[in-house]
Ligand binder design. Structure first.
Ligand SMILES: [Zn+2]
Length: 207
């Protein structure tokens, strides 16, 4: 590392130095597993975090296996552990933003007209709309969920893991997250997950 940039910068690599030891402890201790997961999730928030993780490949691989093993036991805090799993797989975006689909909103710009669209996935409905300060979500258009067979890549993996572990609500939400929305402004159709990811890529010069 170079000279001191900020206090946080100082602390961050130290936590990575502790990762291999923490993962060793995590084989038998739940608290160590939790801490190790939090360190890897934190990698998303720091430029250079990826490089630090690359130095700990073996520890991250073992952590991923330990977290996956825990998920199969269907713990009460399944979603939190699943966010750890996503981070160990390098899926920092979904690790940071995935919720339980009880009441989730994904604001994003339409890729065609750039108009602001609010995508809702939850008990209140699954739709794309224009969010109006006074009138709520107007001009709602229903989302089209992806069938499990249509899912590819990370969406498929997320869906399969949730299904494997009996997380029916999460699996259900993922089919909408990786499904299609229609823009209420211009009627263009797009994939929610793709546009939401593109809208939230961290500004990371040099990557
Ligand atoms: Zn549009």
């Amino acid at each position: 590392m170079g000279s001191v940039v900020s206090p946080r910068r100082d602390v961050f690599p130290a936590s990575f130095a502790a990762l291999p030891r923490l993962v060793e402890l995590a084989r038998t201790r739940a608290r160590a597993l939790e801490l190790a997961g939090a360190i890897v999730r934190g990698a998303a928030h720091d430029h250079g975090g990826d490089a630090l993780l690359a130095d700990c490949t073996a520890a991250v691989t073992e952590l991923r296996e330990l977290v996956d093993h825990r998920l199969r036991t269907r713990p009460d805090d399944w979603l939190r552990s699943f966010r750890d799993l996503l981070a160990t797989a390098g899926q920092y975006h979904w690790s940071a933003v995935l919720e339980d689909f009880a009441d989730d909103f994904y604001p994003l710009p339409c890729p065609h007209c750039a108009g602001e669209v609010t995508v809702a996935i939850g008990a209140h409905g699954c739709y794309a709309a224009i969010r109006d300060w006074y009138r709520g979500d107007v001009e709602r258009r229903p989302l089209r969920s992806a069938s499990p067979a249509e899912l590819r890549g990370v969406g498929r993996w997320m869906y399969d893991t949730a299904t494997r572990d009996g997380q029916a609500d999460i699996a259900w939400g993922i089919t909408y997250l990786f499904g299609r929305a229609q823009c209420p402004h211009c009627a263009a159709v797009f994939t929610v997950a793709e546009e939401y990811t593109a809208a939230n890529l961290p500004p990371c010069p040099g990557r």
